[in-house]
Design a protein around this ligand. Structure first.
Ligand SMILES: Nc1ncnc2c1ncn2[C@@H]1O[C@H](COP(=O)(O)OP(=O)(O)OP(=O)(O)O)[C@@H](O)[C@H]1O
Length: 908
């Protein structure tokens, strides 16, 4: 028992140091919205500075500690000012990647200066033990715990009460609003980043006497620290502190009960998963800013260029290249495949995964076990491993994908450390160091890399091409459209019937399988299986920085990014055998990358594409429908919501509201701002979960269904804030809405992505809203009014029984608004759609609606014909006022002989 308590106390002490690092991460995040992955290395810088000043210069700790903290502060300041701040307009992904590159740069610089050896420093505090009830603990441990506890209390008080703390909180909540209040976002962010770095420095200096000064140990502290920060929701100091203590204690106890090495490393990951499952999705992501996402390629392959490149490479490999270049080609292709997996999960789906190299390792382990334990031939073993890694990816994805954004990045990094410790570094499970049973053959052709390095290089090249073709197919097909839709806007993706979670899970599993192929080729270059090196969690960090530099949205991106990889083409060109060359490449390359990404955040592949003018592809296929039959009437069903109540904290946005919308009926939903109209639409469409009430469509209760399921049942919707897929053309926006949602595309798109034709319903929507000339344009290229029509057309294309429109006429001129009224009437009369329309344009509402529902402060105060509602004294008092509304119900006054488009063209 005493042993367990002793370990718990030791764990609390190391947990308190972890807490200091974690608190620094939270501080930097609160100020900048960015996870500082270079945080651990800042602590390492402080530890080395302390060692230099104390052991080297002989300064006492009283002087050496402030000196070391100053170094940490300077490191943080320079990182923020020179790297992060200059990318302020870039996506979180780009800025986070820059912090990863900073980590690589500083780590390389430190390794060049100090090597990998451990330095010993004298204790700062007395280490003699204190004994209580038979439990012994060093005084330094107790003092450390005390310092961390005092600091967390100070932080909580400071950020909760001071003007600086409140300004930081205001900026996190809404940077645009806080800037409007005169709070300089840059100054707040820099100050927080520097304070965070000082915390990293304190942790580094206090840890130095305990674990020694060594780059790897201190830098890797970032992983459990991130887990603690995540437990604190990247926001709460006390929760982060408690999370760190929990991790420290659990890690200490695990070493007592589990003899197998690696499990203590897995603790942060397991805790992250537990917290995420308990807390659910979301959290930690800024919502006030619409981010600029990295550009993605279109996945179109030009067969002639591809064949020329492959043929040329094979000729070079077999006839021209010497061994060093053959090796460079092998390394480029194998690591290129692993990075290609990031294009799928991070480029196309927008999820920053830091576990891709772990999946590469898992794929290699499975293949190794199949080869050595079952004697299976190489190719079938590869095929089976890819399938198995896909399944492993899917299984791991289930808990990991409960997180989003930065949380997902942290969770994947945690999983990478767990996989590294438990599987890859553990020969008992991985079967590492086992010699291969015999020479590897592919279709009877010996490809052993020691005997036939050029053949092995050709195999790797072909593997890259095949993996690239799969990724290109996915990008061009329905699945790619789903991924981009989910990346762009999950809510909008759900509103067209997509299940974002399933799309992200598929992308994660597919990326795992692709990474596995690369990992297999990395390992089986050697005659003995080694998994320890090359698949570490921090390799994924290096990998992400490479692929972001190359172009995370492009298939060529990984190839360009991996040029600087150790043993790749750049180090071969430099013709140096020195062990420091890769470090110099990482250092100089990293600094250049930061500079390059500031100008070209989409990476080198995109930059290159601007300069290379390839022959234009043929024009896109003309718009045709899958069936010649004109769209008929939609299935007639009544939408009924009863007793709906929605509350946000203390605000009751919708209070016991009931409504119904029948087939062919247009129902207006009006009321003052904040009355609860949008929330009511959200409640019936599934975008928000009511506290009470039921929703039925026809006879079917749909109240427990998520939005995408309700959409498939026959409810379409448009949004007040448009929420279009801005990275896709108008045609693809519509296709995303009508794509068959069968699961088969997930399989068939890998090899044969069929072009999606417009359904009759989509074609009818194109004609009705006159979107034909805009189909090939991006929504952002259209005037506001037309973008609004695209949003409505996207919902109409799926031929819903009930169409819910949130302020469809906002931003339209009065003539356009009247035209819209005519179109809505046609949808109701000719197609039988029920339309629920939230609108402030009373002309439109009174003219086209069969019935009008009026809300005030969450309650429905009137429900009747436009005439009745207009005369209702409560409605007049609450919303309409005494001004008579000119329009007469249901009499279209605008002839459709001059359309919005014709007018626009005439104006031009
Ligand atoms: N996610 C949320 N969190 C907290 N409060 C919310 C949230 N969404 C809406 N509210 C609050 O609920 C109330 C109703 O908002 P809602 O947007 O539904 O009104 P509305 O009638 O659509 O207004 P408008 O005409 O301005 O769009 C408002 O007080 C709003 O501030």
């Amino acid at each position: 028992m005493n042993g367990a308590i002793q370990l718990a106390l030791v764990g609390m002490s190391s947990g308190s140091l972890l807490a200091l690092t974690a608190l620094g991460i939270v501080i930097a995040y609160r100020g900048s919205g960015i996870i500082n992955f270079s945080h651990g290395i800042v602590g390492t810088v402080a530890a080395f500075a302390y060692w230099e000043l104390n052991a080297g210069q002989g300064l006492s700790p009283v002087l050496a500690v402030p000196g070391a903290l100053l170094a940490a502060a300077l490191c943080g300041y320079l990182t923020y000012r020179l790297a992060i701040q200059r990318m302020a307009r870039m996506s979180t992904l780009s800025r986070t990647s820059v912090s990863l590159i900073v980590l690589v740069v500083v780590q390389s610089a430190l390794t060049l200066r100090y090597g990998a050896d451990e330095r010993i420093v004298q204790p700062i505090f007395p280490t003699d033990p204190v004994s209580l009830f038979g439990i012994h603990l060093g005084k330094d441990r107790i003092i450390t715990f005390f310092i961390a506890t005092v600091l967390v209390a100070l932080l909580t008080a400071c950020y909760g009460r001071t003007r600086f703390g409140l300004a930081t909180a205001a900026q996190v909540e809404n940077p645009i609003a806080s800037a409007a209040l005169g709070i300089s976002p840059a100054r707040i962010a820099t100050s927080n980043w520097v304070i965070g770095s000082v915390f990293a420095g304190v942790a580094g200096v206090l840890l130095a006497p305990i674990v020694g000064v060594q780059i790897v140990t201190l830098t890797h502290l970032i992983v459990p620290a991130l887990a603690a920060a995540l437990i604190g929701g990247l926001r709460s100091f006390p929760l982060t502190y408690l999370g760190a203590l929990l991790i420290g204690v659990t890690q200490a106890e695990v070493t007592r009960y589990v003899a197998t090495p690696g499990w203590a490393d897995a603790v942060p990951f397991l805790l992250i998963v537990l917290v995420m499952v308990w807390r659910g999705t979301g959290g930690g992501i800024r919502t006030a800013i619409v981010e600029r996402r990295p550009k993605v390629g279109d996945g179109h392959i030009r067969p002639f260029i591809l064949l020329t490149l492959v043929g040329g490479s094979i000729l070079l490999l077999t006839l021209v290249f010497d061994l060093s270049y053959v090796t460079a080609m092998t390394i480029t292709c194998t690591y290129g495949i692993i990075l290609l997996s990031s294009v799928v999960i991070t480029g196309y789906t927008g999820q920053l995964s830091l576990s891709q190299f772990s999946f590469a390792g898992i794929g290699a382990v499975i293949t190794g076990l199949l080869l050595t334990r079952t004697g299976m031939p190489f190719l079938p073993a590869i095929a089976l491993s890819l399938v198995a890694t896909f399944v492993v990816g899917a299984l791991l994805g289930v808990p990991l994908l409960r997180t989003r954004g930065v949380n997902f990045a942290v969770a994947t990094l945690g999983s990478a450390v767990a996989i590294q410790g438990v599987l890859l570094q553990n020969p008992t499970y991985s079967g590492a160091y086992t010699p291969l049973p015999g020479p590897l053959t592919v279709f009877g052709w010996q490809v052993d890399s020691l005997v036939h390095p050029e053949r092995w290089a050709v195999v790797c090249l072909i593997a890259f091409v095949l993996a690239g073709l799969v990724v290109a197919n996915v990008r061009r097909g329905r699945v790619g459209r789903r991924m981009i839709a989910v990346r762009t806007n999950e809510r909008a993706a759900e509103s067209v019937g997509l299940n974002p979670w399933r799309v992200r899970l598929y992308a994660f599993a597919l990326a795992a399988a692709i990474a596995a192929l690369g990992g297999i080729l990395v390992v089986f270059r050697q005659p003995t299986m080694v998994f320890e090196r090359g698949f570490a969690a921090f390799d994924s960090i290096l990998g992400i920085s490479q692929v972001v530099l190359g172009g995370i949205g492009y298939i060529a991106g990984p190839l360009l990014g991996v040029l600087g990889h150790p043993g790749g083409f750049i180090s071969t060109l430099l013709d140096s055998d020195s062990a420091t060359t890769p470090l110099w490449i990482a250092l100089v390359g990293g600094i250049l990358s930061i500079w390059y990404l500031q100008a070209r955040p989409d990476g080198a592949a995109e930059g290159l594409g601007r300069h290379i003018h390839l022959p234009r592809r043929s024009r896109p296929a003309p718009v045709t429908a899958t069936t010649a039959a004109p769209p008929g009437r939609v299935p007639e069903r009544t939408l009924r919501g009863q007793g709906l109540t929605v509350a946000f904290g203390g605000v009751v946005a919708v209070d016991d509201a009931s409504l119904d919308v029948g087939p062919g009926e247009i129902v207006g939903l009006i009321g003052p701002n904040g009355a609860g109209k949008t929330t009511l639409i959200d409640a019936v469409t599934g975008a928000t979960r009511p506290k009470a009430g039921t929703v039925t469509l026809g006879d079917k209760p749909i109240g427990s269904m998520r939005m995408h399921r309700r959409v498939r049942e026959g409810i379409g919707r448009s949004f007040q804030s448009l929420e279009l897929f801005d990275d896709m053309t108008v045609a693809d926006n519509l296709k995303a809405s009508v794509d068959a949602r069968s699961g088969s595309a997930y399989l068939t798109d890998l090899v044969w992505p069929r072009p999606t034709a417009f359904t009759a319903g989509a074609l009818a929507a194109v004609e009705l809203f006159e979107l034909g000339p805009d189909l090939d344009r991006l929504p952002t290229e259209l005037p506001y009014g037309r973008r609004r029509l695209v949003g409505i057309a996207r919902a109409v294309a799926a031929e819903p029984s009930i169409l819910c429109l949130d302020e469809p006429a906002a931003g339209l001129s009065s003539t356009e608004s009247a035209e819209l009224g005519v179109l809505l009437r046609r949808l109701a009369d000719e197609r039988g759609m029920g339309v629920l329309v939230v609108e402030h344009d009373m002309e439109l509402v009174m003219r086209v609606c069969d019935r009008v529902i009026v809300m005030e402060r969450g309650r429905i105060i009137a429900d009747g014909t436009p005439g009745d509602v207009r005369r209702d004294p409560r409605v007049i008092a609450a919303y309409l006022g005494d001004e008579p509304t000119e329009a007469e119900p249901r009499e279209p006054v605008v002839a459709r002989n001059e359309t919005a488009r014709e007018r626009e063209e005439a104006e031009q």
